[in-house]
Design a protein around this ligand. Structure first.
Ligand SMILES: *Cc1c(COP(=O)(O)O)cnc(C)c1O
Length: 355
């Protein structure tokens, strides 16, 4: 795949100090675009200055959410190079999401090439403080002008990059999360395992209500019985019951996280018992009371590992362990971020050097 490159002025995008970056608020100088039509399939791969897209107001994506996205990070390495973390996992997941949304899939090598070239083009936008990274957001949208409820003929694939700050500025901090026993994010047969925008809009109100009550995130339960734990916010969830690490199984309602898979592989590598099995919220609440639940944490690309210190459920607050960050959560955080940033051995070949 040939990529045409049109460079714009450098440093035109607003950009604060690394400590003020936060997550997803700023963007680099360029973006990657590629079009799809049934006649020409994917074509016109190009890197252009970052800026607004021109879309027909009838574009199908704006009406029926025919959209798929991904999220992955590029990390500065000790030798000044750049590495992506398990990009093929994101590429494969994007193609599964595209298939679910009847959208055209992408060639894996072209996709990786596009990410590489865009990161290289904007490497001067790399933040340098510890814990920072470039967050890549590959996205495909339905562009055909039609308000018939049907699949689009035409699509746009784009990649934008956001320089992101350190998620935890003063080390891992445990948060309190709110268990929603009223609202759900997915159900069997819907598209919970797909990274498609339609899954996220309806969660905003629930997250806002939880934050107004003083919680950091929502813990989602299953749609059938409101009994089994699914995910927390936009992350997967892990529990340490005695000496066994437990996470809900991938049965179609849960997003198959790359971080989730990394935690499972590392745990097995370290000889820790791991089970993918249903976890009832009652077991979690009982585990808090009895002390059987030693730790709980969320796993996702944005924060990598986010310890859970307590859960609000049916008007009661339950404390996990002593309410602070546990040693296993810290161990996963140190190991995974160490592999990502080239400070630790990479026995799994997860780091892909791109510059
Ligand atoms: C992206 C996402 C995750 C985490 O996936 P990672 O690949 O680890 O970033 C988990 N749950 C939801 C709903 C997500 O959108």
């Amino acid at each position: 795949m040939e990529i045409s490159v049109t460079l714009g002025p450098r440093g035109r995008q607003p950009r604060p100090a690394d400590s003020e970056l936060g997550f997803g608020n700023y963007f680099t100088d360029h973006m990657f675009l590629m079009d799809y039509t049934p006649e020409r399939t994917w074509h016109d791969a190009r890197i252009v200055p970052y800026g607004p897209l021109a879309l027909d107001p009838a574009a199908l994506v704006l009406h029926y959410n025919q959209e798929v996205f991904e999220g992955t990070k590029a990390y500065l390495q000790p030798d000044g190079g750049i590495a992506l973390f398990r990009p093929y996992s994101n590429i494969e997941r994007m193609n599964r999401s595209l298939a679910r949304m009847v959208m055209p899939q992408l060639n894996a090598e072209d996709f990786l090439h596009a990410m590489k070239e865009l990161v290289r083009t904007d490497r001067s936008c790399f933040p340098t403080s510890p814990g920072t990274a470039l967050y890549l957001r590959p996205t495909t949208i339905a562009t055909e002008a039609s308000i018939m409820v049907r699949a689009s003929k035409n699509y746009l694939f784009f990649i934008i990059i956001s320089p992101v700050g350190a998620y935890f500025k003063e080390g891992l901090r445990a948060t309190r999360i709110y268990v929603s026993d009223e609202y759900v994010r997915s159900a069997k047969g819907v598209a919970g395992s797909t990274k498609t925008s339609g899954n996220y809009g309806p969660t905003l109100m629930v997250a806002q209500d939880a934050m107004a009550k003083g919680y950091a995130q929502v813990l989602w339960l299953d749609a059938m019985e409101h009994r089994y734990v699914e995910e927390v916010g936009q992350s997967n969830i892990f529990f340490l019951f005695d000496d066994e690490l437990v996470t809900p199984p991938l049965t179609g309602t849960i997003l198959p996280g790359v971080t989730r898979d990394s935690v499972i592989q590392l745990a097995r590598h370290w000889g820790i018992k791991v089970a993918e099995r249903p976890v009832a919220i009652d077991e979690v609440v009982e585990g808090c009371a009895s002390g059987r639940l030693k730790e709980a944490f969320a796993a996702g690309t944005a924060a990598v590992i986010s310890p859970i210190g307590g859960l609000g459920y049916k008007g009661h607050d339950n404390t996990v362990g002593n309410g602070a960050t546990g040693p296993l959560a810290s161990r996963f955080y140190e190991e995974i971020t160490g592999i990502q940033t080239g400070r630790r051995e990479d026995p799994f070949g997860w780091r892909i050097k791109i510059a």
